[in-house]
Design a protein around this ligand. Sequence first.
Ligand code: EPZ
Length: 421
Amino acid sequence: MAKYIVENSGPLYGEVEISGAKNAALPILAATVLTDGVCEINEVPRLKDIDVMCRILRSLGAKVEENWDEHTVTVDGSGINVSEVPYDLVKLMRASIFVMGPLLARLGKATIAQPGGCAIGNRPIDLHAKGLRTLGARVMISEGMVYAAADKLTGALVYLDFPSVGATENIMMAAAVAEGTTIIENAAEEPEIVDLASFLNRMGAKIKGAGTDTIRIEGVEKLHGARHAVIPDRIETGTFMVAAAITRGNVLIKNCLPDHVRPVIAKLIECGAVIQDEMEGMRVRGDINRLVATDIKTLPYPGFPTDMQAPFMALLTTVSGSSTVIETVFENRFMHAQELSKMGANIRVDGRVASIPGDKCPLEGAQVVSTDLRAGAALVLAGLVAKGTTEVSQIYHVERGYENFVEKMSKLGAKIRLVED
Ligand code: EPZ
């Protein structure tokens, strides 16, 4: 198994270019199932999860061309005629569930293995099922398989008990070609939802309100092919912002949208980092003030993103003063705390609350395990400032979510290399 070897690196300096957003590209690629036309998606990050989604689309009958020099994926959906998603692909990636709504809308049925839970929680799909049933589909979940069928999808009012990102996306895609109008209430407001809605509207959908808690979708007869450029990845942006802060460095982050990372900007400023808008991007400086503690509480957008909780916790273990981290989105997203503790961090976890008393001692390099992609990134950040060497194993998680991670970090002066065991 591959692992990262991370040495104490000192302050990071230089500039980094943010890639397209994984969590926007995945539902947008799934949405190409909705049309028999040709779609060209640009700014797609080259990641293992994207590769799995392309393989899923091919298994359904689509023609998929990947051009990684251009970061473009072109999908010709005219040949889509398979309604069952292969189990061996679904088990590789939870986001496979995003094709359920489009398949149901395109072919009238969808069969997909229930995506497994993962380290951070059991991640049910009850809200996806509830939404599609409300649109008139029959959805049965048995023995780990999800069977959905609908002679016709009819617009309806769907209330989401929790603003689930995936459920909002699946329902929005199915509703785009349902008969009549659908209103999703208590919808997720993430920028990736807005990006998906703008792609669907380019395909001829009539969606309003994406980015708010109420999305109105007027069903149309048919969607046509379209071209779209995916938004920059706000979690990759936040990760490199924290990398600049934790190493007390000075990094210019290019091709990012500061508006998508307002909570991370606010919290880094509370810690004493200096963030400046420049012509070419956003500059993050951890080298001006002594960094101090703050508290974070994860919430659905526009709250502090759960995907930034682990990287930010790594930072908080290196500042003076006590911090509290509250994780409200996933039920088990503190596994990185025990890994950081192996590096000398002093973190007390009690349910959804992690307490980090101000540590005086610096972190020590250790052998640690990446339990999910954001935890892996957090452990690398900790390794950059720990004394000695840190070995991060199970890094396939990280490779799933961060394009050219080692290369981008190394260009900033990080001493990190990938080694095969
Ligand atoms: C998306 O996952 C992201 N993944 C996650 O990013 C991100 O952490 C999450 O949204 C929250 O922002 C992709 O977009 C591919 P949810 P998703 O449905 O859609 C519960 C990463 O690091 N829930 O908003 O699965 C669920 O258990 C990944 O890139 C239900 O109860 O997230 C969780 O507690 C990790 N029933 C909460 O809602 C449902 O039917 C949020 O889940 C669906 C979700």
